[in-house]
Design a protein around this ligand. Sequence first.
Ligand SMILES: [Zn+2]
Ligand SMILES: [Zn+2]
Length: 362
Amino acid sequence: MSRMADPIPRTMQAMVYRGVNDLRLETVPVPRIGAGELLVRVAVCGVCPTDIKKIHYGTVPPPRIFGHETAGTIAQVGARVKGFRVGERVALHHHVPCLKCHACRHRTFAQCAQYKRTGITAGFEPSGGGYAEYVRVMSFVLPGVVKIPARNTFVEGAMQEPVNTVLKAVKRLALLPGDTVLVAGQGPIGLIFTRLLALRGIRVIASDLLTPRVNLARKWGAKWALRADKKGFLDEVRRLAGKQGLDGAIIAVPSDEAMLQAQILLNGGGKLLLFAHTRRGNRTGIDLSTVCVDEKDLIGSYSSDFTLQQEVARLVFSRKLDVRQLITHEFPLEKGAEAVDLAAHPQPTSLKVMVWVKNGGI
Ligand SMILES: [Zn+2]
Ligand SMILES: [Zn+2]
């Protein structure tokens, strides 16, 4: 099927971050691309907690255009770019490692200097740009462009990046089939954890403070699911884990209490993974002998792993992990500030929030 490229306008709408909690719909120039770059017309962009934190706490200087879980259609291909055509539907990754440096050789890709650069922008300091009609995709992140199969949706494209961050964490835990794991927090990320672990034959005990999420966790593959504020929660988890005990715990909520509880519950040699403690300066008390003597590993995981891109694409596009079921709210770009507000203050039945930029067809 061939199609004519739509003409590219000079200006576009974008949701610009102008200061703490200040997002404005503005008219800005459509980015120009270089010979080694792509221009993508954005269809949809997910609202991610890491962007929400930057908007709420003002941790980076304005102005910026955020949004990094982006999918859309290639609108223009730089003269030197090979392997991409105008009209192709693609998902984007805004961070791509160099694969050559010291950090990359240790597979700590998120610590690579190139990885830390943001390679997608809609203008201003590159910050993802997905909350705009067009984004410029720089040459060093072209290896992170994933083509969306015809049968799949833009939403499934936009979810590649968040799913990747979860799969990376699951691999860091290196658990065995039959192990028992506590997943604290059953928001969109926690539910993806639950599903990916269940697919590996791991028995998941899911917990959350919201009943609808607890119920959903069972549908997503949790063997057991319960409210974390339930009386006798610790005993209940112990009982469920049984003789074998708890081999791992994933803390997918920024709760120190959840972390300290999990550290107590874990087997000797068990693994505790922090996924949501992204705020700097946060300190907490932990009995260090549980790490040294009991060999309970304390692990962190942040951002995505480039080498998992194909595995993530297979999981999502085959719908073994059906991410469409996570989307509870969609807002047009004009109401992007509302989308961010809802994602920042989740309701009992809200999960993943998406911003639609163009009616590119779901
Ligand atoms: Zn994200
Ligand atoms: Zn590197």
